[in-house]
Design a protein around this ligand. Structure first.
Ligand code: ATP
Ligand code: MG
Length: 248
């Protein structure tokens, strides 16, 4: 298996607090990876540091064989725009644009596809995420679940190799959360690597592998293997048992 991301001994200190403490692991291309742990354990910081949104004080992050920790800010933001997708707890769509324009904007900015190709691909994504009927609506006119689906479309418009999510279902009810995870699961099945931070065992149970952070260190890891709907309850049970052992 190819490693899409390799993290070697990264540490990060904010003022006097060591938030990431000599973390090393790798992520295989095409895998679905989840990061769990108590609040304040460093999950978001880890995600930002491995996706080039922030830089570790020491250590190395390699993405698609390129050492991110060596790149200047401009090269990093180009990689983030063209090869990575991001979703957060809130959609962060621009309020004065329609859903469609929010999605098309990063597509045009990246110059990976022509304007027509970006538009056509946006329509495909609207179909896949079930928001075709609201694509031309103002973002104030749609539900939280629809906004989050739109955020997924925006994250995917440049056909990234990897999708990062920081609590992507954190603001959704359980049915909208399930829908969003079904979409993310399909994106993974089509070959995109997924890394998400979550508090929700139902969400993490979709992952092939889960790591548990405590105080900025990997406390433990659990391999679940590829997700299959039929095995869902077994996976959740296994994960919940494991989480209990971590004191979660
Ligand atoms: N920019 C920053 N400046 C100073 N301290 C920070 C900064 N970002 C995070 N921290 C601190 O680092 C620690 C880890 O924060 P982080 O957001 O990574 O935790 P988390 O595991 O994602 O928590 P949560 O589950 O609540 O989102 C916290 O103590 C936080 O206060
Ligand atoms: Mg966080």
């Amino acid at each position: 298996m190819n490693k899409i991301i390799e993290i070697e001994n990264i540490s990060k200190t904010f003022e006097t607090t060591k938030v990431l403490n000599d973390i090393s692991f790798h992520i295989e291309q095409g895998s679905f990876f989840a990061i769990m742990g108590p609040s304040g354990s460093g999950k978001s910081t880890l995600l930002y540091n491995i996706s080039g949104m922030d830089r570790p004080d020491t250590g190395r992050v390699t993405f698609n064989r390129k050492e991110l920790t060596n790149l200047d800010d401009e090269k990093l933001s180009q990689i983030r725009l063209t090869q990575m997708g991001f979703i957060f707890q809130h959609s962060y769509l621009l309020k004065n644009l329609s859903i469609r324009d929010n999605i098309i904007l990063p597509g045009i900015k990246s110059r990976k596809q022509s304007r027509k190709q970006v538009n056509d691909y946006a329509d495909i994504l609207f179909g896949k995420t079930g928001i075709k009927s609201v694509a031309d609506h103002d973002i104030k006119e749609v539900s939280g679940g629809q906004l989050q689906r739109a955020a997924i479309c925006r994250a995917l418009i440049n056909k990234p190799d990897i999708l990062f999510g920081d609590e992507p279902t954190g603001a959704l009810n359980s049915s909208a959360s399930r829908d969003v995870m079904d979409i993310i699961g399909n994106v993974n099945r089509e070959g995109t690597t997924i890394i998400i931070v979550t508090h929700d065992a139902k969400v993490a149970a979709r992952a092939d592998k889960v790591i548990f952070l405590i105080d900025g260190s990997i406390h433990n890891e659990l391999t679940l293997g590829k997700y299959e709907e039929v095995m869902k309850s077994n996976r959740e049970k296994k994960l919940l048992g494991w989480l209990e052992k971590q004191g979660f």
